[in-house]
Design a protein around this ligand. Structure first.
Ligand code: ADP
Ligand code: MG
Length: 736
């Protein structure tokens, strides 16, 4: 009798077990069953040989066209050259000294071949691959083993390794499945019956030994549920734990700073800003920490929402901090909070309003004296509002009473920093995380699953549309017109951005991404890669722009290698209209807010991701004049790179672009690096396609955890959860 914890050696023998463990990391019967087929070959349906990639280990089903045995110079050695076909394309299969293959591989025979694709004299070939005959009679007649396993019509193809071909794995799975009498099912029976899911053992039989595609679908549907539920239970437990943590309730006051601010703010809040504001007010008035993600396009008015929450915190006697990913942005936030608050934020200054508070800026580059003053104001509570970079958390900054932390841009803020915050006081502050990166709902629910999500879907009235065009670099007329557009806008009193993927002039690092890039992953291919020319760099294009294309305009550079003070000076001058054109890296991606900027040229636009381009163009059209975004590229029209840019040009719907972005990237990339090592937590689940399933699983998980936080009534689920939460996965959840 075996169950899923049985060691493979006890079922398959020492030798096979060692191979499986070494090559694929499979130790137990349960591990092997969870090693799912990557795809299926229909029996008799030949594999398309046109798509084989050199260097990959493949399993292909093909038919022998011809086989020719040639003796080699050295005596007693021979070479067998077999040409196989999928009906249209052919592949060379070469064997050295393989007597049995010479006998088996006659013209007309169909077989599976497994090996590494090589290139030899311009043709792709397999050398000494493993072979599995598929014609049962031939296989039987020759005493070959294994053909019976494929009787079902669908041949499972497993992720395999050189030494262990797919069919050997299939055979091992067969042995395990036929011996397995018992398997602990993690899915509670009620969920199984409600969603009409088969039992776990049945699901494994269906996916490993299907007799039809319907079997595969049924089996996979059930296994997807396991993945979704386990993940969502883990996240529900985190949310539940959070609810058990004590925090100070911060109640709004009808006569405080918030009321004064609302009375002076020169515009009407959008419906979304109002609703989210109410949600936040409710949540920070509860005795456990708020954990909320506020999502909204650039310009949707998140900062105003954050400021209102911060004022509530101050009204309740606490302090609030706003964290920015870079010093430039921190400085910018300081400016915009000061502008928005006016006299309400100028306590201690001559024109302060009654009841006003103070805003302190704390960054790593403050002078000693300014720093001491700022820290004192934070410590004694006279600064109700604090703006800074993450340095604010890492250093010994003392708050009188920290009530609320607002983080601008989630991806720079990990749970480690959240823990630093928690350790700051005996009661953790409330947390609001803001992101302008549009995230599909299901991604938010898995990646940021322990945060509740609010979304601002509308832009404030009066926003101008942005017209986006793809400009082919090869077309001189268009290129001239593009620079002409910048000159025209500047002549009309507006300003412009030119964005480049790199800073340039850094011999030390050819990749040279901007160290201050808020999203370094997204520009990872900004460098010389695969023989492409290096992408445009700020410092390289600057002289030519100054002297030629934009001669006579006031052009300045902004990038992460500038000294923070210089960066700040450039931003201030740009904001004041003393600079016409800012040539910059993606440091401007988040938060830079100059309504007078109306045109943006993105150089080598194809080196940026879809969502990032969408973010970037949010920097123009923030005022009342229409904005232009020109995506400059040498990608060929019709190429995938061009099509991506065309998609960005075709829609301004950030949510749609986020889905497109996700569809084009591997989900592992989206989920973060933790997914790539070790076993993936998500094997079958697709965040976009399985949206309904994920939503159902989240509801089910929330209900389960509420009723039974420790899962004591569901030992199977608890065990599966513990197994899944190995270090890798835990690390990835932590990222949220
Ligand atoms: P985000 O942080 O989401 O990019 P901001 O909060 O910086 O957006 O808002 C962008 C600009 O729109 C700011 O100048 C802000 O003052 C202005 N704004 C915010 N809310 C409104 C509103 N309801 N009506 C008009 N303008 C608004
Ligand atoms: Mg902002």
């Amino acid at each position: 009798m075996i169950d899923q914890t049985t060691r493979l050696r006890d079922v398959l023998g020492e030798k096979t077990a060692i191979m499986l463990a070494d090559a694929l990391g499979l130790e137990t019967a349960g591990d092997l069953l969870a090693h799912l087929p990557r795809r299926y070959e229909e029996r008799g349906e030949l594999t398309d040989l046109a798509n084989l990639t050199v260097g990959e280990v493949v399993t292909v089903q093909a038919q022998v066209v011809s086989a020719e045995r040639r003796p080699m110079r050295e005596r007693r050695r021979s070479m067998l050259t077999v040409t196989v076909t999928d009906g249209r394309h052919s592949l060379l299969v070469v064997f050295f000294n393989q007597v049995r293959q010479t006998r088996d591989l006659r013209s007309g025979v169909t077989a599976l071949f497994a090996g590494k694709v090589e290139e030899f004299r311009g043709r792709r070939q397999l050398t000494n691959p493993e072979v599995q005959l598929l014609d049962a009679e031939i296989a039987d007649a020759q005493g070959c083993d294994g053909a019976e396993g494929f009787a079902g019509g669908l041949v499972p193809i497993y992720p395999s390794a050189m030494k262990i071909p797919s069919w050997t794995i299939a055979k091992c799975v067969r042995m395990v499945l036929s011996d397995l009498t018992e398997i602990e099912d993690p899915l509670p029976a009620a969920i199984r019956s409600e969603h009409r899911l088969v039992g776990l053992l049945d699901a494994y039989s269906l996916v490993h030994q299907p007799s039809s595609w319907a079997d595969v679908t049924r089996g996979r549907a059930r296994l997807k549920w396991d993945e979704a539920l386990i993940l969502q239970v883990a996240l529900a437990q985190r949310r539940f734990d959070n609810e058990q943590t004590a925090a100070t309730a911060r109640h709004a006051r009808p006569d405080g700073l918030l009321a004064a601010f609302d009375a002076t703010v020169p515009f009407a809040l959008t419906a979304g800003q109002r609703t989210v504001g109410e949600t936040i007010a409710t949540e920070i008035a509860r005795p456990f920490p708020m954990h909320r993600l506020l999502q909204g396009e650039v310009g949707s008015g998140k900062t105003v929402v954050a400021l209102r929450a911060m004022l509530t915190a101050v009204d309740a006697g606490g302090q609030a901090v706003l964290l920015a990913p870079t010093e430039t942005l921190a400085a910018q936030h300081l400016r915009s909070l000061r502008d928005l608050l006016g006299p309400l934020g100028r306590a201690g200054e001559l024109d302060a309003a009654p009841g006003a508070t103070r805003i302190a800026l704390v960054t790593g580059s403050l002078g000693l004296r300014a720093r001491r003053e700022a820290l004192a104001a934070v410590a004694d509570g006279s600064a109700g509002l604090v703006v800074g970079t993450h340095a604010l958390l890492e250093e010994s900054v003392t708050f009188r009473d920290l009530a609320l932390v607002v983080v601008d841009e989630q991806h720079r803020f990990g749970v480690e920093q959240r823990d630093v915050l928690r350790s700051r006081s005996d009661r953790p502050p409330h947390l609001l995380v803001m992101t302008a990166t549009p995230i599909p709902r299901t991604v938010a629910m898995t990646v940021f699953g322990d945060l509740e999500v609010s979304t601002l879907t509308e832009l404030p009235a009066g926003r101008s549309p942005i017209a986006t065009f793809v400009v082919p670099a090869a077309n001189e007329v268009w290129t001239d017109r593009m620079w002409g557009r910048i000159r025209d806008e500047v002549a009309a009193g507006h300003q412009a951005y030119v964005v480049c993927p790199r800073i340039g002039e850094d011999p030390a690092d050819p990749a040279d991404p901007d160290p201050a890039d808020p999203d370094p992953d997204a520009t990872a291919d900004g460098a010389t890669e695969g023989g492409r020319r290096p992408s445009a760099a700020v410092l390289d294009v600057l002289p030519a722009l100054r002297d030629v294309e934009l001669a006579g305009l006031r052009v300045a550079a902004l990038h992460g290698r500038l000294h923070p003070e210089d960066k700040d000076r450039v931003m201030t001058r740009f904001a004041a209209g003393d600079i016409d054109v800012l040539v910059a890296t993606t440091v401007i991606e988040v938060g830079v807010d100059v309504p007078n900027a109306t045109v943006m040229v993105v150089a080598d636009a194809d080196r940026f991701g879809i969502s990032q381009l969408h973010q970037l163009r949010g920097r123009v059209g923030r005022g009342s004049a229409p904005g232009w975004c020109l995506l400059y590229t040498d990608a060929e029209p019709g190429s995938p790179a061009w099509e991506r840019l065309a998609a960005v040009a075709a829609t301004s719907d950030g949510a749609q672009l986020a889905r497109l972005d996700l569809a084009q990237r591997r989900e592992g990339d989206v989920l973060g690096a933790a997914q790539s090592g070790g076993r993936r937590a998500l094997r079958l689940l697709e965040l976009l396609k399985d949206e309904d399933l994920i939503l159902s699983a989240r509801d089910a998980a929330t209900a389960l955890v509420r009723a039974d936080p420790e899962l004591s009534a569901h030992p199977g689920l608890a065990a599966a959860l513990a197994a899944t939460l190995d270090e890798t996965t835990a690390a990835y959840l932590e990222k949220g």
